[in-house]
Design a protein around this ligand. Structure first.
Ligand code: SF4
Ligand code: SF4
Ligand code: SF4
Length: 288
């Protein structure tokens, strides 16, 4: 085996290399004093999502999620309630609010169904839908699958199909067991780390937010109204001034009404794009 220019080559990420000069200068004992028993030193996180201060933050291993999000990140935008933190990039898990005091290190994150991964840390607030969030991450890992082994190549695709059914109002309760069985099988039988971790967002969300999946399936409703296929747009006649703006902006022309008269949405043709809701200046469109 040969590396760069035919020489032995040590490949590591920049974060790891950045620690090397300090360890050489001050010694391993000094470095080991920072962090937890099994995770030494500091860790850089890419703090993003619904937090006031986003960006790269470097903290000693063992710092809690609460300290990172509230003390460094400044808390959530508009003072909203924290719903979950997704750590580790697209293959990480969704950590619920009641676990944010756990000291962050490799072992602790793994023990609650997530991982350190790329150091991504995405903060979700009460307005984020956990089902569509997991779908978003799975779409990414499905596209990243190289296709060499069947569990990852086909399994992520099938999991995504199930999530699409659930978010479009066609899910069934047995889909939740299928997601769990399939996800665990992919973790156990994939050839590399991508497949072994791809189901993490879904499995952790099912563990901590199962009720939200059930509402999507049983009530055909998205509590956060993020799953547009499960949302109905209706015009409140008492508030509608008949300005015609929504009818002019509807991409499928399914809003009818005369000038200065209350308008009406023809539900059978509505593609739930939300354009009418966004443009109405009179709060006359309801999203339920
Ligand atoms: S698990 Fe790894 S090897 Fe298998 S398809 Fe996915 S990316 Fe390729
Ligand atoms: S934009 Fe609002 S006020 Fe104007 S017609 Fe549509 S629903 Fe009525
Ligand atoms: S949601 Fe979109 S398609 Fe449906 S009525 Fe409004 S603008 Fe038209």
């Amino acid at each position: 085996m040969k590396g760069l220019w035919g020489h032995p080559t040590c490949i590591n990420n920049v974060e790891t290399w950045a620690n090397v000069p300090a360890i050489m200068l001050y010694g391993a004992d000094w470095f080991s004093r920072i962090g937890t028993s099994n995770s030494k030193g500091t860790k850089v996180f890419a703090l993003a999502g619904k937090v006031k201060n986003t960006g790269l933050v470097e903290v000693p291993m063992g710092t809690s999620l609460r300290e990172i999000i509230y003390d460094i990140g400044g808390g959530l935008i508009d003072g909203k309630q924290l719903k979950a933190v997704q750590t580790g990039g697209p293959s990480g898990g969704c950590i619920p609010f009641d676990k944010i005091d756990i000291p962050v290190d490799y072992d602790n994150l793994r023990s609650i169904g997530s991982m350190m991964g790329s150091g991504g840390m995405i903060v979700l607030d009460e307005s984020d839908c956990i089902v569509s969030t997991t779908k978003f991450f799975l779409e990414f890992t499905k596209d990243e699958s190289c296709g060499k082994c069947l569990p990852c190549r086909e399994g992520t695709y099938r999991m995504l199909e199930i999530l699409e059914r659930i978010t479009s109002g066609h899910g069934e309760m047995e889909d939740l067991d299928k997601l769990e069985r399939l996800g665990n099988a992919i973790v156990k039988s994939s050839l590399c780390g991508l497949g072994m971790s791809a189901p993490n967002p879904v499995l952790s969300a099912l563990k901590y937010f199962r009720e939200e999946f059930e509402i999507h399936i049983k009530e055909k409703r998205c509590p956060t109204q993020r799953c547009t296929q499960l949302v109905t747009f209706t015009i409140i006649p008492e508030k509608c001034t008949g300005c015609t703006l929504c009818a002019r902006r509807c991409p499928v022309s399914c809003i009818r009404g005369f000038n200065k008269k209350p308008h009406e949405i023809m539900q059978e043709y509505c593609i739930k794009c939300g354009e009418c809701y966004n443009v109405c200046k009179f709060d006359a469109i309801e999203k339920i």
